[in-house]
Each structure stands twice: as structure tokens, then as C-alpha cells.
Design a protein around this ligand. Structure first.
Ligand SMILES: NC(=O)c1ccc[n+]([C@@H]2O[C@H](COP(=O)([O-])OP(=O)(O)OC[C@H]3O[C@@H](n4cnc5c(N)ncnc54)[C@H](O)[C@@H]3O)[C@@H](O)[C@H]2O)c1
Ligand SMILES: [Zn+2]
Length: 361
């Protein structure tokens, strides 16, 4: 089994990664000293595939499990779903030493984590992520939350899980488009942190796409390691953690401009990564060869790189200015200087930004 420790003092925890470990989740809960009542939060899609395996495994260790099903979809990541989760937890009489288990993608993980962080002022939770995006990104790092009608992820907490349990076999049932979307975040880790990892992706494209166990578990491990390192240094995003936003400054604006309908998150991030790399090139920070490699890897994983024709660069600019990470209108960009190294860049003029984002190639 591959294991990573996320070092956060008394909030440190373990990420376990392997193929075929879903049925061992129950045993892995034993040593935490949780009381016997547990709740499992999932959606009908994921619960239908893996719910029986997980609940049986937990019950076999003596836990009494109540199952909480939230409808599938980002539109249900809201406070009214959280209220239902609280209600179910109260009905099952979960106490302050009980555990909440999130089984699903990032939507379930964010929402269950938020519920756990606020139920009785905070109880323990365990992440069992089942999408690639959740395995390499959202389940690690402790950001939880829900959407508000006025903005995505506007309500949330920092609340670290006690354990992240990743069975890469769950990716076999994931729709290909969701898999590719998760790979955008994986490419991101290569660009921001590790050229060797980027090369591993270049050299093993086919194995990654055919879900080769060795390569896939390595890819998930390396991704989690990079995220864990960044988060350990800057848990609450006062500095370094911002680099995880590479591709996201523009990516979020693309999602907004297209009404969150046309692109999955990772697809918008892929467009953002290439555009921000072009911005870096334009400023003379990145050479043409490295830019070409970034584009080629994005396209090798069938992800989009170009900004869609119909999107107006001025609308992108105004939406980036409204982003919650923008302070006083000064947009922060994460710009690659070479593959494996980025810098946090501020103070660009609207003209410089529009010039690059107006050029759609
Ligand atoms: N907390 C963080 O740090 C963080 C980071 C990135 C993203 N997020 C959040 O994550 C969410 C997106 O997560 P996501 O991309 O995992 O989407 P998701 O949770 O909506 O899952 C995508 C789809 O795949 C289905 N699914 C999940 N696992 C499956 C499996 N193994 N087989 C078949 N189908 C499966 C789901 O039911 C859903 O329909 C967003 O709300 C985003 O804000 C959070
Ligand atoms: Zn992302």
C-alpha cells in the first residue's frame, strides 16, 4: 500500500492509496477510537456502485452505520443538503466522538466535510474519494464547503479529515470525461512543482488512460504528495498554497462565462493553464519549447487548450476581478517560469492581460 502523511501537527493524517482496498475501510477505522455510531454520506450513483461494499466493511467492525443519500450533482452542494445531513446525523444520535464518512467525488467530500466540521462544533470525518479529481485534489487539504446562490464555495471551513482512503479501482466506473477532467489537476502538479512528474505523464499517457494500476497509483500518490507538501507549509492559504491555483484564475472565469454548463472544472482549468502559460511567455518568463510541451500534454489527454471563440476577453477580465482571490482589483496569476517552477505574479495591467486572453489560439 502506498501511504502519505500530511504533516499538520496534531491534525496530521494519512492518505492510503492502493487498488482493491475499498473493502478494508472498516478495519482502517478501528484504531481511531470512534464510538460505534457512524454515518456515511454518498449520492445514488456512487452508493449504487460501492455503497454495499463500504457499509458491509464498516458494519463488520462493529459499527452501526446510517446512510445519508444526497442527490447527485453540484446543484445539490448547498446548505439545504447540509441541513438534511445534520438531521440524519441527529436522528441517528451521532455524538461528538462519532465519525462521518464521505463516499463520492468532490461534491460529496466538500459537503460532508462541511457538515462534519460544524455538527456539534466539529466531529471527525474520513474521505473515501471516488473520482480522480477528489483523489488527487479535493480530498486532501481540508477545504470544505458548499455553494451559495450568489457564488461557488462561498460558505466553508478548513477541517482536515482523519484519514483519506483511496481505492484506485473505483476509477474504472468513472466516465472518461470525468477522468480526463481530473487529469488536468494532475498536469497542474507537474507544471507547478515537478518536471520529473510532468515527464512521467508525457511518457505514460496510454498507461494512464488505460488505468494501468502501477502507473495510476503512482500518479495519484505523486499528486497527493505535492498537494500535501504545499498544504503542510501553508494550511490556510496565506502564501505558497496559492500556487495550486495555476490555471484556475482564468479557468474560473471561463466556467463563469460559459455558465458552468459547457466545461467540467478540469477542462476549464486546462484552458486556464495554457492561457496563463501564454501570458508567462508573453512576459518573457517562459520559453517557447516549455510552452509547447504544456500545450502538447494538455492535448495528449484530450483536454481543451484554446479559449472558446465566443467568449469575450473583457468579460473574462471583469470576472477575474470579482474572483474571491482577487484583492482590490489586482488579479493574482500563477505563472510558470519553467515546467516544475511557478511564480506568484501580481500587478499586471488590464491591457497586458486582455492582449493574451483576446488571442484565442
Ligand atoms: N475541497 C477542495 O479543496 C476542492 C478542490 C477541488 C474541487 N473541489 C470541489 O469538488 C467538486 C467537484 O468534484 P468532482 O469532480 O469529483 O465531481 P462530482 O463529485 O460531482 O463527481 C462527478 C460525477 O461522477 C460521479 N462519480 C463519482 N465517483 C464515481 C465513480 N467511481 N464511478 C462512476 N461515477 C462516479 C458522481 O456521482 C458525479 O456524477 C466541486 O464542487 C469543487 O468545488 C474541492
Ligand atoms: Zn481545481
Amino acid at each position: 500500500m502506498r501511504e502519505i502523511r500530511v504533516e499538520l501537527g496534531e491534525r496530521s493524517y494519512r492518505i492510503a492509496i492502493e487498488s482493491g482496498i475499498l473493502a478494508d475501510i472498516g478495519k482502517s477505522l478501528q484504531k481511531f477510537g470512534f464510538t460505534s455510531k457512524a454515518s456515511l454520506v454518498s449520492n445514488p450513483t456512487v452508493f449504487g456502485l460501492y455503497g454495499a461494499c463500504v457499509t458491509e466493511s464498516i458494519k463488520a467492525e462493529g459499527f452501526e452505520v446510517s446512510v445519508i443519500i444526497v442527490p447527485d450533482g453540484e446543484e445539490y452542494k448547498n446548505l439545504s443538503s447540509v441541513e438534511k445531513i445534520y438531521g440524519a446525523m441527529l436522528t441517528s444520535a451521532l455524538d461528538r466522538k462519532s465519525v462521518l464518512i464521505a463516499l463520492g467525488g468532490g461534491v460529496i467530500g466538500d459537503m460532508a466535510g462541511f457538515a462534519a466540521s460544524t455538527y456539534m462544533r466539529g466531529i471527525d470525518f474520513v474521505q473515501v474519494p471516488t473520482t480522480l479529481l477528489a483523489q488527487v485534489d479535493s480530498s486532501v487539504g481540508g477545504k470544505t464547503g458548499v455553494n451559495h446562490p450568489m457564488g461557488k464555495n462561498m460558505i466553508g471551513t478548513f477541517w482536515q479529515p482523519r484519514l483519506v482512503w483511496i481505492d484506485i479501482d473505483t476509477l474504472k466506473s468513472l466516465p472518461r470525461r470525468e477522468l480526463l477532467s481530473g487529469l488536468a489537476e494532475v498536469i497542474k502538479y507537474g507544471v507547478i512543482w515537478d518536471e520529473g512528474f510532468f515527464r512521467l505523464l508525457e511518457e505514460n499517457r496510454d498507461k494512464v488512460l488505460s488505468l494501468d494500476k502501477d502507473i495510476l497509483s503512482r500518479v495519484v500518490q505523486l499528486s497527493c504528495e505535492i498537494k500535501a507538501k504545499v498544504v503542510s507549509e501553508d494550511e490556510r492559504e496565506s502564501g505558497l498554497r496559492a500556487i495550486l491555483n495555476y490555471g484556475h484564475t482564468l479557468g474560473h472565469a471561463i466556467e463563469t462565462a460559459t455558465g458552468y454548463k459547457r466545461y467540467l472544472h478540469g477542462e476549464a482549468v486546462a484552458i486556464g493553464m495554457y492561457a496563463e502559460a501564454r501570458l508567462s511567455r508573453e512576459l518573457g518568463l517562459l520559453d517557447a519549447g516549455q510552452l509547447a510541451r504544456i500545450k502538447a500534454l494538455i492535448e495528449a489527454f484530450d483536454l481543451p487548450a484554446a479559449i472558446p471563440e465566443e467568449v469575450d476577453p473583457r468579460s473574462l477580465l471583469s470576472s477575474m476581478k470579482l474572483d474571491k482571490k482577487t484583492v482590490e482589483g489586482d488579479i493574482t496569476f500563477i505563472l510558470p517560469e519553467e515546467i516544475g517552477k511557478v511564480r506568484i505574479h501580481k500587478g499586471l495591467s488590464s491591457k497586458e492581460i486582455e492582449k493574451v486572453f483576446g488571442n484565442k489560439d
